[in-house]
Design a protein around this ligand. Sequence first.
Ligand SMILES: Nc1ncnc2c1ncn2[C@@H]1O[C@H](COP(=O)(O)OP(=O)(O)OP(=O)(O)O)[C@@H](O)[C@H]1O
Length: 279
Amino acid sequence: MPDSSPDLMRQTGETNSDAGTRPVVLSVRDVTVAFGEKVVLENLSLDVYRGEILGFVGASGTGKSVLLRTVLGLVPKKSGSVEMFGVDLDDASEQERVLVDMRVGVLFQHGALFSALTVKENIQVPMREYLDLPKPLMDELALLKLEMVGLPPDAADKFPSELSGGMIKRAALARALALDPDLVFLDEPTSGLDPIGAADFDELVRTLRDTMGLTVYMVTHDLDSLFSVCDRIAVLGGKKVLVDGTVDDMMQVEDPWVKSYFRGKRARQIDLSARAEVN
Ligand SMILES: Nc1ncnc2c1ncn2[C@@H]1O[C@H](COP(=O)(O)OP(=O)(O)OP(=O)(O)O)[C@@H](O)[C@H]1O
């Protein structure tokens, strides 16, 4: 049986692409998902590279959430494969699957914190699920995660109903980071935040990527996020990834939705102000 200890997986369990320079941490190949007769994704392929912040966009109802849930194994696919850290999730043993899951954090839309648990208890949910740690250590770790996401220590004993929208997002991010993951999925993390709160959250995501070497897969409608923190953007359309590339690449795309999204009035305002900040 192959040694699948986390350390070994970190060193070897990743496929390389792009002339061996950028390890692929998530590889989606020819994935088709349907609900009854309705095909939502068809032969969709996508690679996510280690250390990048990928922004995933697409018109409403194109299947962004379905893809995210499929990758996480919450929605069955008709065909295709999903590999994380070089492990094909359909072929993975139970032990391999647990090791992969421990390397992944998820921030679901609207935070999805357990309302009956305090912030600290929410952050400790993944620790209780996967680790066997003494309570004082878990408390210490929870406080550390709060600090990482910029929440004060006294947020630990608050319930989600006592937090602002921005604090809920940060608490949910702290929970996603509970196990020091390598890859985090963020589902519309800045939705519902005011522009300043959203910009602060984007900055936090970028800082965490820079300091922890995180790979970030972010489903978003937020043009500010796409322009300011995403290294690469993938656009979902016609049941597959229509196009992927940098913001500048998106500016060249003639597809009508991509064009109106990235070259519309709002996008032009953001682009102009970003360029003004640089100069
Ligand atoms: N469990 C399900 N059963 C049947 N159809 C579903 C199911 N889940 C999603 N769909 C359909 O799949 C399509 C894609 O939905 P999805 O929620 O992934 O879109 P989205 O791109 O995330 O949209 P939005 O940006 O509005 O959140 C929609 O037509 C939706 O109705």
